[in-house]
Ligand binder design. Structure first.
Ligand SMILES: Cc1cc2nc3c(=O)[nH]c(=O)nc-3n(C[C@H](O)[C@H](O)[C@H](O)COP(=O)(O)O)c2cc1C
Ligand code: SF4
Ligand code: SF4
Length: 393
């Protein structure tokens, strides 16, 4: 069967989940797995933007080969897997909107016979899988739901990410749980087993809570800053921003020398010299804060660590540029395709030279490391204190 896995991954954890599930599904050689990067679709269609100003519909798809191929892939899916990271207790902006009828219509999901969902979270579990399940089921109500999994992964939210020393490695236990999930999916596909899922809160209520929660995270994180000294103008941040908040701006134009400066006096000379020196434009990234969700994707993926969130002294924090598997894990077989750099890199000197990060990291593990309702209450309390401080200062 053709299995298509769409992931919405900020920094690679969810993408890694999709990869491991895919490995399990391909193990017996009966199925073909193809992966689709959901954020490329969000970026292209302009869904989930803060001002909602640039939304494209399915009818507006232009000649972009990449997007057309992605759409064809989705259309060919007999089994669809959708996975997302957790953003402020919910799927990130644009994920559910992408499946709206005007963007990805029902006609694309007619072949879908089975589907499954998954989510990767940091400090606390969330209803993300429930929301994904409800969203995908509406696209083809006759498709069989094969199950879901929430996985505890390294934390990537700037506010919750501990300073240096935080255990930013995947746990072996969670990887095993994920492999087991892949195996049960295989059984479900063979036996056409239907899994049930509960929806306690109506989707409309989720939507209201989702935008409130994401705006709170945005306010707490605060504006990002770009260091002109460190930035090399590679524009990676512009390319990776899912909501097109980072823009490419001309910094300055180095004028090409004039004909007389080049020593050319007439047309013949110009042709024989064939000198085609053009003006050179230098670019800088510029963040449009009205559109920015302060999600930290650009911060995590900037190769020069030129982006920071000054409110959180990101100099002291782990930069999560790619998932790091446990050292015991077979790296050659399973290393993530997203690993452009050597996995979770550090922002500054090692933690052994700094006692404060160690202490804060310990506190992080003691308090935020909890999951479930205790973790949620601790985080809520921290957010409230931060909001009060913000108002007072
Ligand atoms: C802006 C932002 C908000 C987040 N909010 C939550 C949250 O509410 N609950 C949680 O458990 N994890 C939260 N996380 C952590 C991520 O969901 C988690 O680290 C996940 O594994 C990241 O996956 P990715 O690498 O695929 O993006 C947040 C991360 C970011 C960047
Ligand atoms: S990714 Fe970093 S170095 Fe590249 S343009 Fe953006 S800020 Fe500059
Ligand atoms: S933090 Fe960076 S990636 Fe995230 S919305 Fe803002 S500009 Fe885009």
């Amino acid at each position: 069967m053709k299995i298509v896995i769409i992931t919405f991954s900020n920094t690679g954890n969810t993408q890694m989940m999709g990869k491991i599930i895919g490995e399990e599904l391909c193990r017996e050689g009966e199925h073909e797995v193809v992966k689709v990067d959901g954020f490329s679709l969000i970026k292209y269609f302009g869904v989930g933007g803060r001002t909602g100003s640039k939304i494209k519909s399915f009818e507006d798809i232009d000649n972009s080969k990449k997007i057309k191929d992605m759409i064809e892939t989705i259309k060919s899916a007999e089994v669809l897997g959708v996975g997302s990271y957790v953003y402020g207790f919910f799927p990130p902006p644009g994920v559910t909107e992408l499946f709206d009828e005007v963007v990805l219509p029902k006609t694309l999901f007619q072949k879908m016979q089975f589907f499954f969902v998954f989510s990767s979270h940091g400090s606390l579990k969330s209803p993300t899988c429930t929301i994904l399940r409800e969203t995908i089921q509406t696209k083809n109500p006759s498709a069989i739901f094969c199950g879901s999994i929430d996985l505890h992964c390294p934390e990537t939210a700037v506010e919750l990410m501990a300073p240096l020393g935080h255990p930013d490695e995947w746990s072996t236990k969670e990887i095993e749980r994920l492999r087991e999930f892949g195996k049960t999916l295989l059984v479900s596909l063979t036996k056409k087993e239907k899994k049930t899922g509960k929806t306690i809160i109506p989707m409309k209520a989720y939507k209201v809570a989702q935008s409130t929660s994401q705006n709170i995270i945005r306010d707490i994180t605060g504006k990002l800053s770009i260091s002109e000294d460190l930035c090399i103008g590679c524009m990676k941040c512009v390319n990776v921003c899912p909501w097109n908040a980072m823009e490419k701006k001309v910094k300055n134009v180095k004028k090409a020398p004039s004909e007389s400066e080049k020593g050319i006096e007439n047309k013949e000379q110009m042709e024989s010299h064939a000198i085609k020196i053009k003006d050179i434009e230098e670019y800088v990234p510029m963040c449009n804060d009205k559109e920015c969700w302060h999600c930290a994707r650009c911060y995590n993926l900037c190769p020069k660590k030129a982006i920071s969130f000054p409110r959180f002294n990101t100099q002291l924090r782990v930069q999560h540029s790619a998932p790091k598997l446990p050292s015991s894990y077979n790296k050659s077989e399973n290393q993530s395709e997203l690993s452009e750099s050597s996995s979770a890199t550090k922002q500054s000197a090692s933690s052994s030279s700094n006692d404060l990060p160690k202490f804060v990291s310990l506190a992080h593990r003691m308090f935020i490391g909890h999951r479930g309702i205790e973790g949620f209450l601790v985080i809520l309390l921290c957010f409230t204190i931060l909001l009060i401080l913000k108002k007072l200062l």
